[in-house]
Design a protein around this ligand. Sequence first.
Ligand SMILES: O=C(O)c1cc(=O)[nH]c(=O)n1[C@@H]1O[C@H](COP(=O)(O)O)[C@@H](O)[C@H]1O
Length: 212
Amino acid sequence: MELKYDKIQTTGTDTPLKIVKGHFATNHAHTNYYFDLTTVKSRLSEAGGIAQALVHMYLYDMIVDTIVCMEGTEVIGTLLAQELTKGGFMSKNAHKTIYVIKPEFNSNSQIVFKDNYRAMINGKNVLILTATVTTGLTINKAIEGVQYYGGIIQGISAVFSALENVNGIPIKSVFGLKDVPDYQYSDYRNCPLCKEGKKLDALINPYGYSKL
Ligand SMILES: O=C(O)c1cc(=O)[nH]c(=O)n1[C@@H]1O[C@H](COP(=O)(O)O)[C@@H](O)[C@H]1O
């Protein structure tokens, strides 16, 4: 059974964000919304809408050699690279090639780049692209990993972020708290919805949800 979602809009793009109100558990928090990014990540027109919104928000001015795609954002990342390298567009990357890569994870959930990918990170201007940021713990692992492999982090882009920066690095997102002002997240030991006795609706992770 699918969850029933609403669609919300934001400035800068026609691409909507599908949101479901309820009680959800991520690997780091309990939340009162699930953001369903399935179509944003996999439908060409929606992924392209997000890519264009990010370019117009701030990316045209940034030098990018490599886009590291987290959480299934490879389609958005590819279209982003295409936008940034387009001729006739006022981008510092116009006519340059951009690498679009995704990391591996080891058994400690740390980011690993095999030796054949290291040249795409080491000394390169890296943009980290992710789907959603809530506590920032997941994106922090990406930051640590890219820095460990010698990448110069130029920016972090997300589809939705509840945070404006992580460890001093700004996160620019298409959707944010301004679009979902009642978004709440908390440690599972301190969750107001649990305290009210409300059962969890689903477990969520970047692949989607599993209803409980
Ligand atoms: O809390 C999220 O960020 C989140 C919200 C959501 O609706 N769906 C979802 O998959 N998440 C994921 O939950 C994980 C926790 O995010 P952080 O709290 O920022 O580490 C990340 O992998 C997010 O992508």
